[in-house]
Ligand binder design. Structure first.
Ligand code: NQM
Length: 397
């Protein structure tokens, strides 16, 4: 029989649809990022074969990603892969893939709290999770780093069935309009990629930048490995607009030299090909928040700030002795709501401190929003399905 639609053709034989193969895909916005989400069983198990499909889907390594769904910026060059978990106390497993416009790397070694915000809505849309109540809460394990988060979204009923409600009145800076909230409670973020919260063992280190002089930094990882620098030390205010920082090559060169050195002292080795540590300039707050930031991820300047980057900056801000603490204006109490200012507004992180040791953060919670933008198939070259055992159909068996 001759298949009449792409989907029917894919079901007949997922590997051969002329020169194209159809891979089921849900395109989601998660916080201030967006990208295609896949069910793990729709992709090859083999990592190289999987990565080839991710690269082709996004259109990388073309810098404009013109032949794929990527948005030609690191924040819109991300993908999510989700599976039902069989581990105790975990509902879903999320693998985050950072692709880059302009190169062929598929980095699955770091977290992305923004894409994480889309995981539970995606899982319901894609039939991996059944909503049971007006609020659905799921425990999501990020496979990249082993970080677990409890995530709650709104799932009202319409007659017999429940659906994901995307509409609501939560506003996050960096996204137009308002949406339903996605509540994320991170349970164990310290040392996500590094071996500990303070991977150098210090609250502050002094690092030499060749031809520039020495600079004080805080190297920290509470979900995202960051190097935090007081902007004044690099002769900037930390309040410059993103467009100005994007063209500030002198600053970018210094930041990269510092990043390569800090990668070594953080135990990350040669980070020249890695997208971490991210470089964060901090300053005294300018708009009533707790701390000002300009975040480099690690080369492009973020229009706002990453979720776990915000958690990590907020954590540094509450630790006396860090570079961040020195410029921060903090609210009092054991559950401080730390407002992290960024170029397009602010990001509030609700921290919980250990009453016995107020320098230990036990929990971090925050609000994001997410939205299903498109559901269908992403088309990739059929030659990318290497062998019959790697076809999606085979894996579903
Ligand atoms: O830090 C950007 C983003 C991120 C990552 C980046 C993120 C996080 O805004 O958890 O969300 O740091 O590359 O999506």
């Amino acid at each position: 029989m001759v298949p009449t639609t792409l989907r029917a053709a894919r079901e007949a034989d997922p590997r051969h649809l002329g020169s194209q193969a159809a891979v089921p895909c849900w395109f989601m916005r998660g916080g201030t990022s967006k990208g295609p989400f896949f069910r793990a069983h729709d992709l090859p198990r083999d990592v190289d074969a999987r990565d080839a499909i991710l690269l082709a889907s996004m259109g990388s390594p073309d810098p404009r990603q013109i032949d794929g769904v990527g948005g030609a910026h690191p924040l819109t060059s991300k993908a999510g892969i989700v599976a039902v978990s069989h581990r105790d106390g975990v509902d879903l497993e999320f693998l985050f893939a950072q692709l880059q416009p302009g190169n062929s790397t598929v980095d699955t070694s770091a977290n992305c709290g923004n894409m994480l915000a889309a995981v539970v809505p995606f899982a319901i849309e894609a039939g991996l999770l059944v909503p049971a109540d007006d609020t659905t809460t799921a425990r999501v394990l990020t496979l990249n780093t082993g970080v677990t988060a409890e995530i709650s979204i709104s799932t009202p009923s319409s007659g017999e069935s429940r659906y994901v409600e995307y509409g609501g009145d939560t506003r996050i800076d960096g996204v137009p309009g308002t949406s339903a909230s996605v509540v994320i409670n991170f349970l164990d973020t310290a040392g996500s990629v590094c071996t500990s919260l303070l991977p150098t063992g210090n609250l502050r280190d002094t690092v030499e930048i060749e031809g520039f002089g020495s600079v004080d930094v805080t190297c920290i990882d509470n979900g995202q490995p960051l190097v935090i620098i007081d902007a004044i030390e690099l002769e900037r205010t930390g309040r410059e607009p993103v467009v100005e920082l994007e063209t500030d090559t002198a600053l970018k060169e210094r930041l990269e030299a510092l990043r390569l050195d800090c990668g070594k002292i953080m135990g990350l080795g040669d980070v020249s090909g890695k997208n971490y540590p991210k470089m964060t300039l901090v300053s005294a707050p300018a708009s009533g928040g707790a701390i000002g930031t300009r975040s480099f991820i690690p080369h492009a300047c973020h229009e706002s700030i990453g979720v776990l980057a915000a958690v990590t900056v907020a954590t540094a801000a509450v630790l006396p002795g860090t570079v961040a603490h020195a410029v921060a204006a903090l609210p009092a109490g054991a559950k401080p709501a730390v407002s992290v200012e960024h170029p397009s507004g602010e990001f509030t992180v609700q921290l919980e401190l250990d009453p016995a040791d107020p320098t230990r953060v036990t929990k971090s919670a925050l609000l994001r929003t997410a939205r299903l933008i498109m559901a269908g198939d992403v088309m990739v070259p059929s030659r990318l399905w290497h062998s019959p055992t790697e076809s999606p159909k085979e894996q579903e068996k």
